[in-house]
Design a protein around this ligand. Structure first.
Ligand SMILES: Nc1ncnc2c1ncn2[C@@H]1O[C@H](COP(=O)(O)OP(=O)(O)OP(=O)(O)O)[C@@H](O)[C@H]1O
Length: 240
């Protein structure tokens, strides 16, 4: 069943046309991956879904209801959370305070909190520590935890592994697998290894247009297609 549907979304930022034609369907359950080169329009797509940019024309449909152009807080109330690339946490507040601010009424659902402690034990350990003093990986864990402290149906996550050490990336993959058993994740990633280990369905965006849609398994099997759309082998050569 389709959870989120984007139809011919076009988004301008000031006078610049950034998205020219973005259409794809995110099925309910699991991880849907949105790939693309730097500047392709991935973040703009997430922000357009979340009501932070207004697509025009084009539509965003969530559970068969048109949510195009609604205010971000109304979209959040419908069960969509956004973890931006800069994580959106408050560095001067403690982990606990950051979490409290992410609740709907200032109270924790104890069962959800226990689940978060199990997913990310570091957060329990550093509960009273200032969020700004956490490591990059711990900050990302806090950002994801803030998104799931209330019941959600869909979480939009923008490049969560950027700058993280491989061991933390593995822990993050494990946590995302767990979370996606109950909550659909729309993941924007540049780390192809991470993305392919999680994604079931995927799309590629290039210059503000969706240029490929399909299953991750088919995409992984098609090296020339990956090369053409993401220039992956170029990165591999650079890394050698
Ligand atoms: N606030 C803004 N004002 C003007 N142009 C912007 C703004 N934000 C993004 N853009 C432009 O829109 C295009 C798409 O940006 P976007 O951040 O969506 O790409 P992205 O695929 O997420 O890239 P990255 O992987 O580098 O984060 C880029 O050319 C970018 O320069």
């Amino acid at each position: 069943m389709t959870l989120l549907s984007l139809q011919n979304m076009q988004t301008k930022i000031e006078q610049y046309s950034v998205l020219h034609d973005v259409s794809f369907d995110v099925p309910e359950g699991g991880v849907f991956v949105l790939l693309g080169r730097n500047g392709a329009g991935k973040t703009t797509t997430l922000r357009s879904i979340m009501g932070l940019w207004k697509p025009n024309p084009g539509s965003v449909t969530f559970r068969d209801q048109d949510i195009t152009g609604l205010h971000a807080s109304d979209i959040a109330k419908r069960g969509i959370a956004f973890v931006p690339e800069n994580m959106g946490i408050f560095g001067g507040l403690t982990v606990a305070e950051n979490m409290i601010l992410a609740t709907a009424n200032g109270k924790f659902d104890q069962t959800r909190l226990e689940r978060i402690y199990t997913l990310f034990p570091a957060l329990k350990k550093f509960w009273d520590k200032q969020a700004g003093t956490l490591s990059g990986g711990q900050k990302q864990m806090l950002a994801v935890s803030r998104a799931i402290i209330e019941p959600r149906e869909l979480i939009l996550i923008d490049e969560p592994t950027k700058g993280l050490a491989p061991a933390i990336v593995n822990a993050m993959a494990e946590a995302f697998r767990e979370i996606s058993a109950n909550t659909t994740i729309l993941l924007v990633e540049q780390n192809f290894e991470f993305a392919r280990s999680l994604g079931r369905d995927m799309a590629v965006i290039d210059d503000g247009r969706v240029v490929h849609r399909g299953t991750m398994a088919d995409f992984v099997a098609d090296k020339p297609l990956q090369d053409r759309l993401l220039s992956l082998s170029m990165f591999e050569e650079e890394a050698e």
